[in-house]
Write a protein that binds this ligand. Sequence first.
Ligand code: SF4
Length: 483
Amino acid sequence: MKRRGVGKRRGVGKRRGVGKRRGLDARIRDAVADPVLARNVLRATDTSTAHRRAVVAERPDWEALRARAGTLRAHVLTHLDRYVETFAENARARGTRVHAALDAEEARRIVLDLVGRRDCRRILKSKSMTTEEIELGPALEAEGFFPLETDLGEYIVQLAGEPPSHITAPALHKSAEQIRDLFRREGVLEGRGDPPRDHDALAEWLSLKAREHLRPRLLDADLGITGANFLVAETGTVVLVENEGNIRFTTTTPPLQIAVVGIEKVIPRIEDLATLLPLLTRSATGQRATTYTSLLSGPLEELHVILLDAGRSALLRDEADREILRCIRCGACMNVCPVYRTVGGHAYGSAYPGPIGALVTPLLRGEAEDFELPFLSSLCGACTEVCPVGTDPHGHLLRQRGRVDERGERSLAERLAFRAWRWVMASPRRYRIAGRLARALQDPLLRAGLLAPWTRYREAPRIARRSFREHWSRHGPPSRPTP
Ligand code: SF4
């Protein structure tokens, strides 16, 4: 079914993987060495976090809502087989065709069969991390099919030939000026006037021009491919939230629609959306509600839902790991993670970056390098503080690090260092002596470059000249301010 040149248009369907061509260390080095990337990521994540904080503050019941969502997600995951079955039955009763895919390969094969059978030439695709996870784009392209990404951020990274760098804001690592240059290079701005100089005005102008460019292409398509935010078991409904209206086009203009969805997205009842949607939209984009919420209960013409397992069932079997599947992909943990905010999403080499990506990637994909990902964390705990559904990324990161230890996968140097650390910390006397040694040796060690791998990208914290105990024994307790 190999097809050549079908649907290939300028800037459409460039091949992009999930950034694994270079090793993890090399990707991190590239990211840290790019000050523009760091500035763009910081600016975007700061903005998202500020918006989130403002709308969360409007809900005095936020913690109660979070607790309810956590309980709901935990309940669903404990009975997921039952809810998935109920969803499939009810969706089929409404005319939706439901497929089960054990792994990414099977999911890709189902999509390719449908695409080939219906001779689809014009394919629309909305933002979907599940299709990124199964690397559907490259698989379609390898067969000569070139889907058009309809979400603006996804369209930008598609033009750039890059994978998305954030699960809700795929192009957040690019500035408006970089996007302007990209659009110029790819012909998106041909005949559309001169861009404004002001940064904010430029961002708005670019989105309008992209809309003018994309809109005619959305009206005439054979196939629309989406993911889903939730699947409602009792009604067989596919739920999608978005801001641009592109999902509305993707799910209404083509006669054939395919939704590729992880099985953990099933929820029991339509009322559960009242709990989950406010948490999702406030955490993801700092909005009370997104502009569009689409509930597809049955096909307009032909709707296929592909339920993807790809390692999720194995996760369900472990009571602790199961909690990771509560995630509703809001992206809030990325926005507050100091590591993500420094290196952006491409460094992770996975469809899922940030704290949640560092957890699910080793468990779902499990390639050798993925087991390093849980170490991309400062363990500050900010991810757990913001998670709207109680996924506790911080606790799971620690757990996965422990597993690396249990499997004996640390280097000899690391093992010896940690053993020495434990020995020192177990005795006040040894701790005191080690403190004195560290104070005396810190400068010579730094000068000799022995800490270079650690200090290349950060400043080593200076150890105080005198320890707290020494200070206390010399000066006594601090005097209390008089009330
Ligand atoms: S782990 Fe929590 S905060 Fe992170 S993406 Fe998932 S739901 Fe959002």
